[in-house]
Design a protein around this ligand. Structure first.
Ligand SMILES: NC(=O)c1ccc[n+]([C@@H]2O[C@H](COP(=O)([O-])OP(=O)(O)OC[C@H]3O[C@@H](n4cnc5c(N)ncnc54)[C@H](OP(=O)(O)O)[C@@H]3O)[C@@H](O)[C@H]2O)c1
Length: 350
């Protein structure tokens, strides 16, 4: 059938005012195809079937996501697990002097864990130790993870003594971010190296310090702090975003490699949390449902341990992730991140 004839069919259809009879644009298009050639019905039936399969898949996916969300974020708060019994006596936390790391230390002390706290600031470590000693035993290790000293991790491994001490949990939490969102070449070069050493190298090397002991004892948990910045490229946070993709992929592969040794690996991908890391923005500094305090976040995230190996750690962040994943195209997400981060870029005013 020629293009002119197709146009004629469409024209006649409009003329007869039959458009309103079709309940959807698809129905209208299908009817046109039928009118052009009834033999094309097979094609329409195939499309209808594909549509049904797609809708069914969406419905099942939504149901699974809802059940999973309930189990990970609500049920886990009601039915808590005995983490110490499951994993072991000690928890090692990097970056335990502030923000999320500090709140993990407080919460795990509350769960009965003995703590090894790693931090770069000796006096901040002493204050945290003093606070937590009332509740549990605490060992502190002063270590600047931004160092390129080749012996750094041998020293840390010696102090942790993971083969002889029952290390149950390692929280690879220490991390750095830009002081303000801005372009790659506007970042000082030492900030770039800091991302590589603290966000990437420290995660790998700290894992190597505890894993041999966990393998020998056939139990343990490694928690790796990635970020929502790993979901999609974040312009104006490029190095940070890429460093968190590294953490996420490393973490997911580690999970599979050591499953047979009964070692769990949890990857956390939270959105913004009101800590000193986000102090470049007044909006992100005010704790709210969207941007929780480190304390709220840690309480939620710790409850998800043993329930899932990959989570944002916080119910509202999981909801945000779900909605953007299902309904927001990648390019819309990336461009809105670009505009949002540009709007809070205060590097020129510093
Ligand atoms: N805040 C967020 O919106 C957010 C969102 C997603 C993921 N995360 C991730 O969560 C983790 C913790 O972030 P946070 O918000 O709690 O940040 P924070 O408040 O800035 O705390 C970071 C911790 O890491 C320590 N640290 C930084 N550089 C270090 C170094 N060179 N050596 C040893 N320790 C070092 C800090 O020590 P000092 O106390 O000495 O500074 C502090 O204890 C990071 O991996 C971050 O990427 C954060």
């Amino acid at each position: 059938m020629s293009i002119e004839s197709v146009a004629e069919v469409v024209y006649k259809k409009r003329q007869r005012g039959r458009l309103s009879r079709y309940w959807s644009t698809m129905g209208f298009i299908f009817q046109i195809v039928r009118d052009i050639d009834p033999k094309l019905r097979i094609m329409i039936d195939t499309f209808t079937l594909l549509g049904l399969v797609y809708t069914g898949r969406m419905a099942i996916g939504l149901m699974i996501a809802a059940v999973r969300g309930f189990r990970v974020h609500l049920w886990s708060r009601v039915w808590t697990l005995d983490l110490k019994r499951k994993y072991g006596e000690w928890a090692v936390i990097t970056g335990a002097t502030d923000g999320i790391g500090l709140e993990y230390a407080r919460a795990l002390a509350g769960r009965g864990f003995s703590l090894i706290l790693v931090g770069r600031n000796e006096s901040k470590l002493a204050v945290v130790k003093q606070e937590l000693l009332a509740r549990t035993q605490v060992v502190t290790i002063v270590a600047d993870l931004n160092s390129d000293d080749p012996e750094l991790y041998d020293r840390i491994a010696g102090e942790i003594d993971g083969l002889n001490r029952d290390i149950g949990i390692l929280v690879n939490n220490a991390g750095v971010m830009y002081d303000s969102p801005n372009r790659f070449m506007d970042q000082p070069v030492d900030k770039v190296w800091q991302h590589i050493r603290v966000n990437i190298a420290a995660v790998l090397m700290m894992t190597r310090t505890v894993l041999p002991g966990m393998i020998r004892r056939r139990r343990g948990l490694v928690i790796n702090m990635s970020s929502i910045a790993a979901y999609k490229p974040l312009p104006l946070m490029g190095v940070y975003s890429a460093s968190k993709v590294f953490v996420e992929w490393f973490s997911k592969t580690l999970e599979i490699e050591y499953k047979s040794y009964n070692i769990d690996v949890q990857t956390l991908t939270p959105s913004y949390i009101a800590t000193k890391m986000t102090e470049f923005s007044d909006l992100l500094q005010k704790p709210s449902i969207m941007f929780p305090s480190a304390e709220t976040f840690a309480a939620n995230a710790i409850a998800t341990i043993g329930r899932t190996s990959h989570t944002t750690g916080y119910w509202c962040h999981s909801l945000q992730h779900f909605l953007t994943n299902w309904f927001v195209p990648d390019w819309v997400y990336t461009m809105s991140s670009w505009h949002f981060l540009k709007s809070i870029d205060n590097s020129k005013t510093k």
